[in-house]
Design a protein. Structure first.
Ligand code: ADP
Ligand code: MG
Length: 421
């Protein structure tokens, strides 16, 4: 993808915006962009530089992201505490075209990394609760104050405020910024060279993933212990697909596993579609597994499997809902039964949590009581982020809460107080 219209190849020490920002190392990438840790010579601090692919459709998404993040930042700063802050933006011309660049506050690992770090075994309910609170404060602000639907909530798009591994955190580790391109640049090389490196890395990662999965069943992981005492604050990022609720651009939203039933049915969507994805994320954090992983099979599509999985967990979809939307006839007959998947094996969420994930009965009941209303097939019945923040499960105080955590909670609560006022 390092070609015309694609990613911009960056090397350590590269300068941006007339020398203001200097690339330090790569932080991550998505379908639209690569993200680099950069040093801002003006504010003398580290920032994240999101360099968009150059083709028009990516530029358009970046423009939208800039517009929405600006609208978000215009509100009360404390209310937008749980959403990434846009610092600056500019255009950068490279061999693959003109790239829009967003300068955003530097954040740490994604929640996906956190779950991987814990070997896909769930991160513990206290941590899930803390993270859920941050996300809900962010969503409440987005939905009620700015009227934005995120449309792509998933673990990759929520980042911790600092990294899990302090030695990788430029701020906590006292990393000295690189101000010039190093001699014999370690990240350098031609474009082909870079692609080759990426492919090799990819193969290596795949092997690592396999061995990681293999060891994940060996009981308590070493890394589990290293999470102790980490104050888990997080922020929502990636507004490249977000939209104002009254200016929707497409019906085709959300990453598969986090997609709501109304989107699959083509029945329109609103803020409540984010609440569905939020519930999928919360469950994934708690169990280490994605809640729904649909696959196509003989005689049925991925969509139909997805609807079947939903019904196995949540019960049969009411006929009135199953027979609405522009695509319902692809999946359901006129009685509201799936056309090609006839036998469903019901396994309700509270039972699943106990039987498969070994939750205690109490924990499972309380957590399911929080999640199930969010997974209502009727979008308008789902609680809002504001209502979720009032739920007894979210309000439980941590058993081993540190003073740091309490401080964090106070900050969140002041944010919420302001929202209500
Ligand atoms: P895309 O639109 O291409 O998916 P994202 O905004 O999701 O781009 O960023 C891609 C990845 O880059 C993220 O999953 C994350 O790993 C990393 N990243 C993004 N923003 C930041 C940031 N502010 N601080 C640190 N890492 C970031
Ligand atoms: Mg992303």
């Amino acid at each position: 993808a390092y070609r015309k219209g694609g990613y911009h190849a960056v090397r350590v020490g590269d300068q941006f915006a007339g020398g203001r920002y200097i690339a330090q190392r790569k932080l991550g990438w998505g379908h639209f962009s690569t993200v680099w840790l950069a040093y801002d010579t003006q504010s003398e601090s580290f920032v994240a530089l999101k360099i968009q692919k150059s083709a028009p459709e990516f530029a358009e998404a970046a423009l939208r992201e800039i517009e929405l993040l600006s609208a978000i930042a215009e509100g009360d700063a404390s209310n937008s505490n749980c959403i990434v802050r846009l610092i600056d933006h500019f255009k950068h011309v490279g061999p693959n075209g003109q790239h829009l660049c967003l300068v955003i506050e530097y954040l740490g690992d994604s929640l996906l990394r956190l779950v991987k770090y814990n070997r896909y075994s769930g991160i513990g309910l206290d941590r899930v609760r803390n993270i859920c609170r941050s996300i809900l404060v962010g969503l409440d602000y987005l939905h009620r104050e700015v009227g934005i639907i995120h449309t792509d909530l998933k673990l990759e798009n929520v980042l911790l405020v600092s990294t899990i591994d302090p030695s990788k955190d430029p701020i906590r580790s006292g990393f000295t910024p690189i101000l010039e391109r190093p001699e014999g640049n370690p990240n350098g090389g031609t474009v082909t060279n870079l692609i080759e490196k990426r492919l090799k890395k990819k193969a290596k990662r795949a092997r690592a993933r396999i061995s990681e999965r293999k060891t994940s069943t060996e009981g308590v992981s070493v890394q589990e212990r290293s999470l102790e005492g980490i104050d888990l604050r997080c922020k929502i990022v990636d507004f490249g697909n977000a939209c104002l609720y009254n200016k929707q651009l497409t019906d085709d939203i959300q990453t598969r596993q986090y997609r709501s039933p109304e989107v699959i049915l083509g029945a329109g969507y609103s803020f409540s579609t984010d609440m569905w994805s939020f519930a999928c994320m919360a469950c994934e954090l708690a169990t280490g597994d994605m809640l729904f992983t649909p696959k196509d099979g003989q005689g049925y599509s991925e969509d139909e499997d997805h609807l079947a999985l939903m019904m196995e967990l949540l019960g049969k979809m009411p006929k009135k809902i199953a027979t609405t939307g522009s695509r319902w006839r692809d999946y359901f007959d006129k009685y509201g039964d799936l056309k090609r998947i006839r036998r469903l094996k019901f396994w309700p969420l509270d039972k699943l949590l106990v039987e498969k994930y070994k939750f205690t009965e109490d924990n499972a009941r309380e957590f399911a009581d929080f999640l199930c209303p969010l997974l209502d097939f009727a979008p308008e019945k789902r609680p809002t982020a504001e209502q979720c923040l009032q739920h007894p499960w979210i309000q439980i105080k941590d058993e081993n809460s540190s003073s740091e955590n309490n401080e964090h909670m106070e900050k969140l609560e002041t944010g919420m107080g302001k929202l209500k006022a």
